[in-house]
Design a binder for this molecule. Structure first.
Ligand SMILES: [Zn+2]
Ligand SMILES: [Zn+2]
Length: 164
């Protein structure tokens, strides 16, 4: 959605907004499906001739765990914190968004926050145990029946038991 902020260009004030952004086209290997559009709420504030946009973007995602490969649902929340400018003075700054016809492109702001905010590693839980490299069993469900790399002392004990 394009939000017209012309009023804020002439006088100080606050303009709240909320919209939904279609995430189609935002492809991440770890995201299998979007279960909701990206909901965006926030405000644009004009103060001392600086326009700032703050708020948050939320989305319900179906993700693939990077460690165990299991699909899980995640509510992702991304903070929005941007500066809006009529002219681009510093092209290197990713937090500055250019106005077009006195409008800010909320889709662009939201998708940028989304891309920057998504963790590089998406785990189903912080202490995910992963999957067995041999049989693929999800070790979060308990140990599998594969022979694990055994401790050398246990291996010696095993040999003693075998000899008896
Ligand atoms: Zn996992
Ligand atoms: Zn196994």
């Amino acid at each position: 959605m394009r939000l017209n902020i012309q009023k804020l260009l002439c006088e100080e004030g606050v303009l709240p907004f909320s919209c939904q952004v279609d995430p189609t086209g935002l492809d991440f290997p770890s995201i299998s499906r979007y279960l909701s559009p990206i909901s965006v709420v926030g405000q644009v504030k004009s103060q001392a001739e600086v326009l700032t946009l703050t708020g948050q973007a939320t989305a319900k995602l179906s993700c693939i765990c990077d460690r165990c490969g299991r699909e899980y649902v995640r509510d992702a929340v991304f903070p929005l914190d941007a500066v809006l400018a009529a002219e681009l003075e510093d092209e290197e700054n990713p937090d500055v968004f250019l106005l077009q016809d006195d409008c800010v492109d909320l889709d662009e702001v939201a998708t940028t926050a989304f891309v920057l905010g998504l963790d590089s590693k998406l785990l189903c839980k912080p202490d995910c145990k992963g999957a067995c490299p041999t049989c693929g069993h999800n070790l979060n469900d308990g140990p599998c029946s594969c022979k694990q790399e055994t401790d050398s002392r246990l291996a010696v004990l095993g040999q003693l038991l075998d000899e008896e």
